[in-house]
Design a protein around this ligand. Structure first.
Ligand code: HEC
Length: 229
């Protein structure tokens, strides 16, 4: 990175656009400053913009596929491609169909380059959350709530999840069954069935497996792993 670029990057990260918050709510909120100040709910409100997977906290407002198309073409297509196919190395919006995605993941084929909102998203409200809080990548927080609903609606339509007349709002988004939903679980219990054991636990002959380690397409050599189960 040359110095000019470094300076530009620092300027961008210091501009208020680099932080996502509710600008309207911030105007009325008590100012926060100084160590040890009591943080009130009113002071937190502008920053409390997370929308949860089940739709909790989704704001009033709405968006349409046609309004979203204009926003997408202006603010998103340069990175995510005109048809959601990805551009300049930025992520696709539309990846492999979910069954194909799941099969390649299970076969150990690197599926990262094939992911999209049609396979790795379990819920539509979190898509709205991501877009409103995090996109466009260079200026997060600049989309209004209605613009975010519209951009969400458009990418859902690009991925054939909703039709062109669909209206996105806090009632409709939680009802969408995302194609990738079956790959997700909300069971917060233990994720192993092993019995706790701290000593002489392995019965049998230890096997040594060799695995090629790779990051994307780049092989970073072989690692030996002793199966000490
Ligand atoms: C400058 C390039 C750029 C622009 C412009 C941009 N994005 Fe992104 N987008 C990214 C990057 C980089 C990621 C991955 C970020 C991450 O995982 O933290 C991403 C991730 C996403 C994802 C999640 C994809 C997935 O499957 O995980 C969505 C959805 C998304 N962007 C939507 C949008 C929308 C809608 C717009 C326009 C309002 C937009 N993006 C504009 C670069 C961009």
């Amino acid at each position: 990175m040359n110095l000019g670029l470094a300076a530009a990057a620092i300027a961008l990260s210091l501009s208020s656009n680099a932080f996502a918050f509710d600008a309207a709510a911030l105007k009325d909120a008590p100012k926060v400053g100084g160590v040890g100040m009591k943080i009130t709910d009113a002071a937190i409100k502008p920053w409390n913009i997370s929308y949860f997977y089940d739709g909790t906290n989704l704001p009033d407002g709405k968006g349409t596929v046609s309004a979203g198309e204009k926003i997408y073409n202006k603010d998103c297509a340069m990175c995510h491609g005109d048809f959601g196919e990805g551009a300049h190395g930025y992520p696709k919006m539309v990846g492999d169909p979910v069954d194909q995605f799941e099969a390649s993941a299970k076969a150990g084929v690197d599926a990262v380059g094939n992911r999209g909102i049609n396979n790795t998203w379990g819920n539509a409200p979190t898509l709205m959350d991501m877009i409103h809080r995090h996109m466009p990548f260079y200026a997060p927080g600049t989309l209004t709530v209605d613009e975010s609903y519209s951009a969400t609606c458009y990418v859902l339509n690009l991925a054939n999840i909703v039709d062109e007349n669909f209206v996105c709002d806090k009632e409709s988004l939680p009802k969408i069954v995302m194609p990738g939903a079956k790959l997700y679980t909300t069971n917060l219990g233990s994720d192993t069935h092993n019995i706790r054991c701290m000593k002489d636990c392995y019965k049998g002959t230890p096997a040594v497996v060799e695995k090629a380690a790779s990051i994307g397409d780049v092989s970073v050599g072989k690692v030996e792993k002793r199966d000490s189960h």
